[in-house]
Design a protein around this ligand. Structure first.
Ligand code: PLP
Length: 284
């Protein structure tokens, strides 16, 4: 079935959707995006994604193309038109079309594009068996806290991982893990402490990360927000990642070292279960 996508005010069949060749998203990766997961046809943590979108736009001196309420309505309409029960909505805002120039144009109209992708998110086979990852040097730019569309290095890192026959890469800067190619990274130490890197310009402030850390604190589990080394990760009892589309995903192997018994660990499995239950309750 051909999807309906949203482009600058219109709902159109995907083959008819068009963007200018002068769009700065295309020429400079001058754009930001959000991915919101869909469960039972409803949006998970929409408010969190809009908050981060505003922050990304502010950091790049871009403006919101429309109100939050309108963005919500567009998300809902696309989910309905494409009959998505499980999957995600992708939203991208670029600075718009202008003659090619490194300086931001003074008056460009932002481009707003949204589309859906249907896929099972709860019954995810990788989450069921646990992901295998390899560490790869983090060669991304220095403002990873802004969710821009310049994703070429994460894409290269993912290909390095795939080339080694595993699922994903964990990125490493100065011997410490920053995050996964498209997720935040966690370990559970031998004494049961959950460790994940603190927020800074080095990582994306994950919306799922914030929600999962809230659960962790409510459950009074031990947690430390700090950088952890590759050696610490290899010696961990278990590991996992979080992201809007992967939820909480257990990691069972890092650089060929099997963690624990090589099966998804109890902390990751419990947090995945709780996060799914909470998301089903709170989705709008
Ligand atoms: N870190 C990176 C680099 C990402 O690309 C993503 C998601 O795309 C995340 C972390 C997880 O963020 P969220 O939980 O908001 O999906």
């Amino acid at each position: 079935m051909e999807r309906t996508v949203y482009v600058n005010g219109d709902y159109v069949p995907e083959r008819e959707a068009k963007i200018s060749v002068f769009d700065r998203g295309f020429l400079f990766a001058d754009g930001v995006y959000e991915v919101t997961s869909v469960l039972n046809g409803k949006l998970v943590d929409f408010a969190g994604h809009i908050r981060r979108l505003r922050r990304s736009l502010d950091e790049l001196q871009m403006r919101m193309p429309c109100s939050e309420e309108e963005l919500l309505q567009i998300h809902r309409r696309l989910v309905e038109l494409n009959a998505v029960t499980e999957g995600m909505v992708y939203m991208q805002i670029t600075r718009g079309a202008a003659d090619r120039d490194f300086a931001y144009p003074e008056s460009a109209t932002p481009t707003l594009v949204l589309f859906t992708q249907a896929r099972p998110v709860i019954a995810n086979p990788v989450a069921a068996r646990g992901a295998r990852v390899v560490t790869v040097e983090d060669l991304r730019w220095g403002r990873r806290d802004i969710k821009t569309v310049q994703l070429l290095y994460p894409s290269m890192a993912k290909m390095i991982a795939k080339g080694q026959g595993v699922d994903d890469a964990w990125l490493v800067q100065d011997g410490k893990i920053t995050e996964g190619t498209s997720n935040n990274a966690y370990i559970v130490t031998q004494d049961g402490t959950i460790v994940t890197r603190e927020l800074s310009h080095d990582i994306l402030p994950g919306i799922t990360r914030a929600a999962v850390l809230n659960c962790v604190r409510e459950l009074q589990m031990k947690v430390e927000e700090r950088a952890f080394s590759v050696e610490e990760a290899l010696a961990a009892r278990e590991a996992f990642t979080t992201s809007a589309t992967g939820f909480v995903c257990p990691v069972v192997e890092i650089d060929g070292t099997v963690l624990g018994d090589g099966k998804p660990g109890p902390v990751a499995q419990r947090l995945r279960q709780i996060y799914i239950e909470e998301s089903l309750k709170s989705a709008i």
